[in-house]
Ligand binder design. Structure first.
Ligand code: ARG
Length: 585
């Protein structure tokens, strides 16, 4: 059976009520009131119906309201203006809903249609350090995956490593210059290549930046690097053996950083895996006569008459025989369709890659590499900027590695932790809070909005920050630990006492719509904001009422159960955002 949220159930009932009074509307919406003084929720559909049926909205609203007044779930049903219906939920109904959420908070969600999505949000490049540019794809992608899973969608996250391009050619070239005697570079070598890698990750971190800047200054060196890249891409035996070493060394380090970021992939494929599909791809394109020659390169024209902006051709094979970034992504679609039979493929990168994906998707459609039912979706995001509004850099203007960024957050958050927590425990908690601070700050702006990296602000214990949320959540847990729960074994809400506990419940009623909105917008800002609202409504209640010393047993039972429900909701939502909550801080 399909799960349905409390609000959706009511909306369906409203549809029937509208039918009973003689009208029809497919989409009835119960929306959160922007006039809480008039009611918790409002229905604006009488106006819509009046337009369709050419009658007076007031008349329609009156008929609907008469029915709603008979329904025990609602109180305070009234009409404002020329036909806006307001209503509030009865306390009994709220309590009933809360107890269903206590059984499982996800009793209050709306599942998506069942489907499979391949998600591409890794994109780390082998032989290079992960940098701040990879932060948002990891954070947003991982959270969207977790959200999709909660909503019943099957996902395969693919790390899609950049493991087949020039960075590796550059490293190989520089290695050859420094150690020309290594067997990998000897075309006549017939034996077994060494089992151990000739370089470790620290070597890579030194060699790649060196080789990269040298290539930028020295055309000859760049040409050699291009030739080296083409050789390993053509499966030169020695270079492939070296490629495997570089892969293993670099992948382990990439995994370590993604682990720190609570970012997980089910599939650790890379551009090299997609490259295996390139011959098949070119064959498909050539059979359909889509390939043209242009200055020694093979291209695919993508322009159509209706374009409102320039769509350059797709560069299929460069004049030196190597495949382009576009070709690899196109081949990767073939790979994914064959391996996972997805309904959708989602790509998360910086907005600056928009044209790239437009070209790739267009070529895929043109060549019928995917059937029309498969959705290809580019999900762009804004950049992480420094105080100067430009992409975030280190103090001396270099690229900030993700590792350095995470260390910075950990060290800042370490200052905020209780003084009596020490040693390794202090480090571990600081790490958890630091990662949380970075993630929350990254997820709270709307996805396409750029934001300024300000670690002091992100790690503040007040305001819309992870430390505030984590601190508050820990406090809920310790309150429950202090309460004599053996005396209050019933995790059940019996009553509503005041506007503060009621307000928390109204917030909880809205969980489903928050999750759906976030999913539809492919943006976690809805959830990040909601966590703050829910937590703040709890904290207001907490400041006003003393739960542990309450003498009315029903009240105390109810409040403990409500505390537990908010705690559970917070932990589940933090988990969707990829944020872990320590036991103390
Ligand atoms: N490796 C690329 C980069 O660092 C990102 C890859 C994104 N995914 C894709 N399928 N193109 O810029």
């Amino acid at each position: 059976m399909n799960k349905m949220s409390f609000i959706k159930i009511i909306e369906n009932d409203l549809k029937s009520i509208i039918n009973e009074v003689g009208y029809e509307l497919d989409d009835v919406v119960l929306s959160i009131s922007n006039r809480p003084d008039l009611g918790d929720y409002q229905i604006n559909d009488a106006m819509k119906l009046a337009k369709i049926y050419h009658t007076n909205p007031m008349e329609i609203a009156n008929k609907i309201v008469t029915k709603l007044k008979e329904d025990k779930r609602f109180v305070n049903v009234n009409i404002a203006g020329s036909g806006f219906i307001n209503l509030s939920f009865s306390n009994d109904f709220l309590v009933e809903c809360m107890n269903k959420m206590i059984e499982d908070i996800y009793n209050n969600i709306d599942l998506q249609k069942s489907k499979t999505i391949v998600m591409d949000y890794g994109g780390a490049n082998v032989a290079k350090a992960l940098h701040v540019g990879h932060l948002r794809s990891a954070n947003i992608g991982e959270a969207l995956k977790r959200l999709a899973n909660v909503l019943g969608v099957k996902t395969y996250a693919d790390a899609h490593l950049g493991d087949w391009g020039r960075p590796i050619g550059l490293v190989m070239l520089e290695l050859k210059k420094r150690h020309p005697d290594l067997p990998y570079f000897d075309p006549n070598f017939q034996g077994e290549y060494p089992v151990n890698s000739p370089i470790n990750n620290d070597d890579l971190m030194e060699i790649y930046p060196y080789a990269s800047s040298k290539a930028n200054e020295d055309i000859e060196y760049m040409e050699e690097a291009r030739a080296m890249t083409a050789s390993f891409q053509n499966n030169d035996r020695g270079l492939m053996a070296l490629w495997h070493h570089i892969m293993n060394v670099s992948k382990a380090d990439i995994k370590r950083i993604y682990d720190r970021l609570n970012t997980t992939f089910e599939i650790w494929n890379g551009e090299s895996d997609a490259a295996k599909y390139i011959p098949e791809l070119i064959d498909i394109l050539e059979k359909q006569k889509l390939v043209k020659l242009s200055e020694g390169a093979k291209i695919v024209e993508l322009k159509t008459e209706n374009d409102d902006h320039e769509i350059p051709p797709l560069l299929l094979v460069k004049s030196n025989g190597t495949a382009s970034y576009q070709t690899t992504d196109l081949a990767c679609i073939l790979e994914r369709v064959q391996n996972f039979n997805p309904d959708e493929i989602w790509y998360l990168t910086d907005a600056r890659q928009a044209l790239h994906f437009e070209q790739v998707f267009r070529a895929a459609r043109l060549a019928h590499i995917v059937n029309d039912e498969i959705k290809l979706e580019f999900i762009p995001f804004g950049t992480v900027n420094g105080a100067d509004g430009k992409p975030f850099k280190t103090r001396d203007g270099g690229v900030m590695t993700l590792e350095a960024l995470l260390d910075l957050a950990r060290d800042e958050c370490k200052k905020k932790i209780l003084p009596n927590i020490s040693g390794q425990e202090r480090m571990d908690i600081a790490e958890m809070v630091g990662v949380g601070a970075i993630k929350y700050a990254d997820l709270i702006p709307y996805r396409t909005t750029d934001y300024i990296f300000d670690i002091a602000k992100f790690s503040d214990l007040e305001g819309k920050t992870a430390p505030y949320l984590l601190y508050s959540t820990i406090r809920m847990r310790s309150l429950l630990n202090k309460a004599d729960l053996e005396k209050y074994p019933n995790n059940i809400i019996k009553t509503i006492n005041n506007e503060y506990d009621r307000d928390i419940m109204i917030n909880l009623m809205n969980l489903a719509s928050v999750l759906t909105k976030a999913y539809d917008a492919r943006s976690l800002n809805e959830i990040a904001d909601y966590l703050y609202e829910l937590t703040s409504s709890y904290n207001k209640f907490y400041a006003e009422y003393h739960i542990l010393t309450e003498t009315n047993e029903d009240l105390k039972t109810s409040w403990l159960a409500l505390t537990n429900l908010v705690l559970t909701t917070n932990l589940k939502l933090l988990n969707i955002l990829g944020i872990n909550c320590p036991n103390k801080m």
